[in-house]
Ligand binder design. Structure first.
Ligand code: ATP
Length: 366
C-alpha cells in the first residue's frame, strides 16, 4: 500500500517562471526509503516541501496514508503540523538554550505526552542514536555530526510515520557522511519508517535508497531500484547523471564520433533490426575491457582498435583513457592494468553491456 501518493503535481512559483515541478506522479510505498535525485534546480526540494505542506502545489493531489492532504481542485489543505511528519533540513536547527535531552524531548512535550512516557521514549531514542552520553550537554558543545544525530533523534522521538530529509548530511565531512549514511540505513530498518530523502549525490542515493526517483527540469525521469536506475537507465539523462566516471556515449551516424560510430553501426546492423531508430550507444566504463591482442577478444564482442592515452590510478582502481577514432573512451578496472600510455590495444564490450538509446535519447528495446 503506498504511504504517499502524488498525482499530477504541478508547481509554479509565479512571475512568469517555468514550472518548478511538472506533472509529477509518484507513489512512495509504506516503509520505502525513497531518494529524490537530480541536479541543482530540478525540483526535488520543491517536491519535498509540497509533501511536508510547507509549499502549495498549483495543480494535483497529495495523499498521505489514506488522507488527502492537498488537493488543488477540491480546495483541501492540511497544514504541516497536522501531517505527522518528521522533517530534517540541511540546517538542522537545534534549540541552543536546551540540553540535548530537552531538545530530543521537545516534540513530545509539545504533544503533551505524560512525563514518564516522555522520559522512557527520549532515553530509548538517545540510546539507539548513540547520544545518551551527551544528554546534559548543550548543542554548542557537540560536533556537527553529533548535532545532526540529535536532530534525527528529536524527530524520531515523536515516532513519525514518515521522515522527510533534505540533504541532511551535506554539512558533514566525508567520513562522518559515510557513518551517518550507515546510521540512516539502520534507522530505516529499525524504526520501519517511510523515508523521503532529497540529494544531488548519486552515491548517497545508490547506497541508501530502496527506490530512486531521478528528476530533471521539474520532471521525473525514472523511478526504480538503484539497480534498475544504474543497469537499465530510462534515457540518456539518467544514464549520464548516474555513474562515475560517467557512461561513455557514442553518437550513431554522427560526424563527431566518425570512425567509432561507423564501427558501432556495423556491429549493430548484424543484430538489431531497427537500426535506423537508434540514436546513441552507452557503455559503462567498468564494462569496457582492454585487450593487447585481437585474439583475446571474444567473438561476439563489440570491439575497436584504440590507443592508450593515459592510465590514472584512483586508489584501489584505475581509469584507462583510450583514444579511438579521435574519440575518448574510458575504462575502469580494479586490477592493476598491464597496459601503458602510448600502446595500441583493443577495447571490447559484451553485447549485453551496451545500452541502446533511440534518436530522442530514450532507452530503446535492447
Ligand atoms: P537544489 O539542489 O539546488 O536545492 P532542487 O532540485 O531542490 O535544487 P528546487 O529548490 O526545488 O530544486 O527548485 C526548482 C526550481 O524552482 C528552480 O528553478 C528554483 O529556482 C525555483 N524555485 C525554488 N524555490 C523558489 C521560490 N521560493 N520562488 C521562486 N522560485 C523558486
Amino acid at each position: 500500500m503506498p504511504n504517499i501518493t502524488l498525482s499530477n503535481i504541478q508547481k509554479n512559483y509565479g512571475g512568469g517562471s517555468p514550472n518548478a515541478v511538472e506533472n509529477l506522479n509518484l507513489e512512495i510505498g509504506d516503509g520505502e526509503f525513497m531518494c529524490l535525485l537530480g541536479p541543482s534546480g530540478c525540483g526535488k526540494t520543491t517536491t519535498l516541501r509540497m509533501i511536508s505542506g510547507l509549499e502549495h502545489p498549483t495543480g494535483g493531489k497529495i495523499t498521505i496514508g489514506n488522507r488527502v492532504v492537498d488537493s488543488v481542485t477540491d480546495g483541501v489543505f492540511v497544514p504541516p503540523e497536522k501531517r505527522e511528519l518528521g522533517l530534517v533540513f540541511q540546517s538542522y536547527a537545534l534549540w541552543p538554550h536546551l540540553t540535548i535531552e530537552n531538545n530530543v524531548d521537545f516534540g513530545l512535550r509539545l504533544r503533551k505526552i505524560p512525563r514518564a512516557e516522555r522520559e522512557s521514549r527520549t532515553t530509548e531514542v538517545m540510546e539507539k542514536m548513540g547520544i545518551a552520553k551527551y544528554r546534559k550537554r548543550y548543542p554548542s558543545e557537540l560536533s556537527g555530526g553529533q548535532q545532526q544525530r540529535v536532530a534525527l533523534a528529536r524527530m524520531l522521538a515523536v515516532n513519525p510515520g514518515v521522515l522527510l530529509l533534505d540533504e541532511p548530511l551535506s554539512n558533514l565531512d566525508a567520513r562522518l557522511r559515510l557513518e551517518m549514511r550507515a546510521e540512516l540505513k539502520r534507522i530505516h530498518e529499525e524504526f520501519n519508517t517511510t523515508i523521503v530523502f532529497v540529494t544531488h549525490d548519486q552515491w548517497e542515493a545508490m547506497t541508501l535508497a530502496t527506490k530512486i526517483g531521478v528528476m530533471s527540469d521539474g520532471e521525473l525521469q525514472q523511478l526504480g531500484t538503484p539497480d534498475e536506475i544504474y543497469g537499465a537507465p530510462a534515457n540518456r539523462f539518467v544514464a549520464e547523471f548516474v555513474g562515475s566516471p560517467p557512461i561513455n556515449i557514442i553518437q550513431l551516424a554522427d560526424d563527431e564520433t566518425g570512425g567509432l560510430s561507423l564501427w558501432a553501426m556495423q556491429f549493430l546492423s548484424h543484430r538489431y533490426a531497427k537500426i535506423e531508430s537508434l540514436g546513441s550507444l552507452g557503455i559503462r566504463p567498468e564494462t569496457v575491457h582492454v585487450a593487447v591482442h585481437e585474439i583475446d577478444v571474444p567473438d561476439a564482442a563489440f570491439k575497436a582498435r584504440s590507443r592508450v592515452t593515459g592510465v590514472l590510478p584512483t586508489g584501489g582502481s584505475w581509469i584507462i583513457e583510450l583514444e579511438v577514432a579521435e574519440r575518448k573512451i574510458f575504462s575502469v578496472t580494479s586490477e592493476l592494468p598491464s597496459v601503458k600510455a602510448g600502446e595500441e590495444v583493443y577495447f571490447w564490450v559484451r553485447p549485453e553491456d551496451l545500452h541502446l538509446f533511440d534518436v530522442d535519447g530514450n532507452r530503446a528495446p535492447q
